[in-house]
Unconditional design. Structure first.
Length: 424
């Protein structure tokens, strides 16, 4: 049965971030429950990456399913231009309540990349509407903000973006802040600050770049500096938001709030596609005018989908529960204990953590790289043992759903330790 599903799939489907030649080891998944997914042969896998970092409370969560199902029977979709609906109102109210005070308005989209596109367009047109020319954008090396053209432009450049190099717009790239480079970085920014429309960054953890982590105080200092130079700040919380860092949002670690914030992934608990971009009153006001051409001309067919908003509201209910907060804390503590063990291991180059996000780098002869052969060995090794992990080259990481059990996490750690003995 598995074989026939694979054959039928390969006959018609083209998968993301996949060289389809050699991708015949596809696994058909037919069921999800809690931290587990089940393949067509009934084999169970612990979803240690929350299905690409989206699943917060586990698969097929009955509470979210019930809320979405009720919504499905009430109002499945309505145009969001000229119309609104209670879910979008309630979700914006609740979310803004949880964000820094300066966040005042919510613009809905349907994924992370488009939430970034909206943020970039807000910043560029914010200046345009006031007759100001600021052609440059600032971003971090090794950042990742999505796969649409604007989001790709502000992401770290590499083999992925090479074919599109000519089509991507000019971006000033800086390294993530450290005490050692802050002054130099500030001097670089000062040189261009009159021309820089905005700075877009992943706070604390650069996910797709390899779960790279930087210090909150250093980031705060850099953001405060950019703010003083009137560079608009776009904080990409698409991955780190909703508890991943141990606090509700990465912003809760920082002393400088952003002008614009982007969310997706865990926003609906990973149930439905939804993205959103929040902004300050100041930015909103630069578009609010008697002049119709000053409006933000952007929208998607499924803007503020009532179903997706219902899922997001249900996910927030679950996230705010005491038992979820306790689970997040427990995962943080378990990771910390494991890192202490790993740090002594001769084959471990680095082990690091930000809240529920864990990463370790395997010592390899060659440089750390996404295309490292380690992936080819590690990915099937963990799958065979019933664990879904997607090593980024020689970097192994865990982003578990919060419902993962103490025992399952310990099993994953032990399997990693065994892998260190067996592989490489
Ligand atoms: C995944 C991700 C995005 C893009 O979101 P999609 O929904 O996949 O388009 C943007 N920024 C960060 C930090 C991400 O991790």
């Amino acid at each position: 049965m598995q074989q026939s599903l694979i054959e039928r799939d390969l006959a018609v489907n083209w998968h993301p971030y996949t060289q389809m030649k050699g991708a015949e080891d596809l696994i058909p998944i037919v069921k999800g429950e809690g931290a587990y997914i089940f393949d067509a042969n009934g084999k169970r896998y612990i979803d240690a990456v929350s299905s690409w970092w989206v699943t917060l409370h586990g698969h097929a969560h009955p509470y979210i399913a019930q809320k979405v199902s009720e919504q499905l029977n009430t109002l499945e979709q309505v145009i969001f231009a000229g119309f609104t609906h209670p879910n979008a109102i309630e979700l914006s109210e609740r979310l803004l309540n949880l964000l820094p005070q300066n966040q005042q308005k919510v613009f809905y989209t349907d994924n992370g990349s488009t939430a970034i596109e909206v943020a970039l367009k807000m910043c560029i047109q914010y200046h345009f509407n006031q007759g100001v020319q600021k052609p440059k954008i600032l971003a971090f090396n090794n950042g990742y903000h999505g796969d649409t053209f604007g989001a790709m432009s502000v992401s770290g450049r590499g083999l992925w973006t090479d074919p599109f190099g000519e089509q991507l717009f000019d971006v000033l790239f800086i390294d993530v802040p450290t005490q050692a480079n802050l002054e130099e970085t500030k001097a670089f920014i000062s040189k261009y600050s009159d021309e820089i429309a905005c700075f877009v960054y992943e706070p604390l953890v650069q996910g797709a770049g390899g779960m790279l982590m930087h210090n909150a105080d250093d980031l705060s200092e850099l953001l405060t500096f950019c703010h003083s130079k009137e560079i608009l700040l776009i904080q990409d919380e698409i991955f780190v938001g909703f508890g991943r860092t141990g606090k509700l949002f990465a912003t809760n670690y920082l002393t400088q709030s952003a002008d614009i914030m982007c969310f997706s992934k865990g926003l609906t608990g990973g149930t439905m596609p939804l993205g959103l971009t929040t902004c300050t009153q100041n930015i909103y006001d630069a578009f609010y005018s008697n002049d119709k051409t000053k409006a933000l001309f952007h929208g998607h067919s499924f803007t503020a989908s009532p179903l997706a908003c219902a899922a997001a509201l249900a996910s927030l209910d679950l996230l705010e529960k005491e038992e979820t907060q306790q689970a997040i804390l427990r995962i943080c503590n378990q990771h910390a204990d494991f890192i202490e063990i790993l740090k002594k291991h001769p084959k471990v180059k680095d082990a690091r953590q930000q809240g529920t996000i864990f990463a370790m780098e395997w010592k390899t002869p060659e440089e750390t790289s996404y295309f490292s052969d380690m992936h080819e060995q590690l990915y099937p090794y963990f799958l065979e043992r019933g664990i879904l992990m997607r090593p980024l080259g020689n970097i192994i990481y865990l982003v578990p759903p919060y419902c993962v059990s103490h025992e399952d996490l310990e099993y994953i750690y032990q399997t990693i330790l065994d892998a260190l003995d067996l592989i490489g």
